[in-house]
Design a protein around this ligand. Structure first.
Ligand code: PMP
Length: 367
């Protein structure tokens, strides 16, 4: 049996999305900026998708910038804003952001002379509006705090943080909603920028977007032509951009449709895991669990892999680097013995049972 319990890392493409994408690829190959009819047809499809995405998120059509995913959207939001506003040199973020956010801040700090405040989560794993309020300075340009953490599933009140930042003149608020999209609702009213990715919600890899409110000025990181309001050069990935609206619509519909099934799966796994391991964090996303066992994570990962079970020990983007795990360290957890289990509506109770049985066998063998 093969069990994929790594939905936070990526997801399989939804069959409906795949079908549409394949049909489009078969039929359309022209450049979406070409002026002849076939080019215009592709452009129109992309723009229809932009419009639908904007409606789903409650923003304007020209506030959606298509990107290659959340890493690019995060980099564009953070560095693009700093490059457009060189007069303010203080930035605020959390210590447990995704590497695309964290390393953008590190680069600004180390290579461009910015001062960065890295907020530590409280004992519940949250970054709060109060922490942000205390860290704000007269020269703070940007606050970037993720909506849902990708390693423990902590859900932050980013709407509350956005309201605090809104009252602070000259400071912008960005949030990485990659792990929250389609799972945790968000009102983007006071949010200036938000990043997300298609492949976390059963869409295509290499597809995502940055929501950027109209009044926010950015400098492009990819210089080029008129694409994406001149903020992101390069021939548009127009067919991927076209199916992003469908991907999001299906994800939002499935949120309600599979709510009870996912809750049952969560409760079953939680109960089973609590009996044989330590569940490190149970206050966040229902579809993510971080556990600790006496077995070193790498050994456990391999043992599970031998049984056809796919889980992670940390964020996949840093899985081959020997860097410390910022999230677990901040929460005082032992990263060498922790693994992350994440699932979605494609997983079943049978898979959960198989996983629990195999895990118990491995633990018993190593005890
Ligand atoms: N932010 C978060 C919270 C993520 O979990 C990920 C994916 N690991 C990303 C950003 C990067 O997304 P992408 O793969 O689309 O660049």
């Amino acid at each position: 049996m093969k069990v994929y319990f790594d939905a936070v890392s990526t997801t399989a493409v939804n069959p409906e999305v795949l079908e549409t994408y394949k049909k489009l690829l078969d039929e359309y190959y022209c450049n979406s900026d070409a002026l002849y009819d076939d080019g215009v047809a592709i452009y129109d499809m992309q723009e229809k998708s932009r419009n639908l995405i904007a409606k789903m998120l409650g923003v304007r059509k020209d506030e959606i910038i298509f990107t290659s995913g959340a890493s690019e959207a995060n980099s564009l939001a953070i560095k693009g804003l700093c490059f457009a506003h060189p007069e303010r040199k203080h930035l605020i973020t959390s210590i447990y952001e995704h590497s695309s956010v964290h390393n953008s801040f590190r680069q600004l700090e180390e290579d461009f002379g910015y001062k960065v405040t890295y907020l530590m989560p409280d004992e519940d794993g949250h970054i709060t509006a109060d922490m942000v309020a205390k860290a704000l300075r007269s020269d703070t340009l940007l606050v970037s705090i993720m909506q849902v953490n990708n390693e423990i599933g902590a859900i932050n009140d980013v709407e509350g943080i956005a309201r605090i930042v809104k009252k602070h003149p000259g400071t912008y608020f960005h949030t990485d909603i990659t792990q929250g999209l389609g799972k945790v609702d968000i009102d983007l009213k006071d949010v200036d920028m938000a990043s997300f990715s298609a492949h976390k919600i059963h869409g295509l890899k290499g597809s995502g977007a940055l929501v950027k409110k109209q009044f926010v000025e950015l400098l492009p990181l990819i210089s080029g032509g008129q694409q994406e309001f001149s903020l992101r050069g390069g021939t548009s990935n127009a067919l991927a951009n076209t199916v992003l609206a469908k991907t999001m619509r299906i994800a939002m519909e499935n949120k309600e449709k599979y709510h009870d099934q996912l809750k049952a799966l969560h409760d079953h796994l939680y109960e089973g895991l609590s009996r044989i391991a330590t569940v490190n964090y149970a206050k966040g996303l229902d579809t993510l669990m971080n556990i600790s066992t006496p077995i070193p994570s790498e050994v456990l990962l391999n043992a599970l892999n031998d049984k056809g079970i796919m889980v992670s020990s940390k964020s996949t983007c840093g899985s081959k680097k020997n860097e410390e795990n910022r999230t677990l360290k901040a929460l005082g957890l032992d990263e060498d013995h922790a693994i992350r289990i994440s699932f979605d509506y494609t997983n079943t109770m049978e898979e959960a049972d198989y996983f629990l049985t195999q895990l118990k066998e491995i633990l018993d063998k190593y005890a």
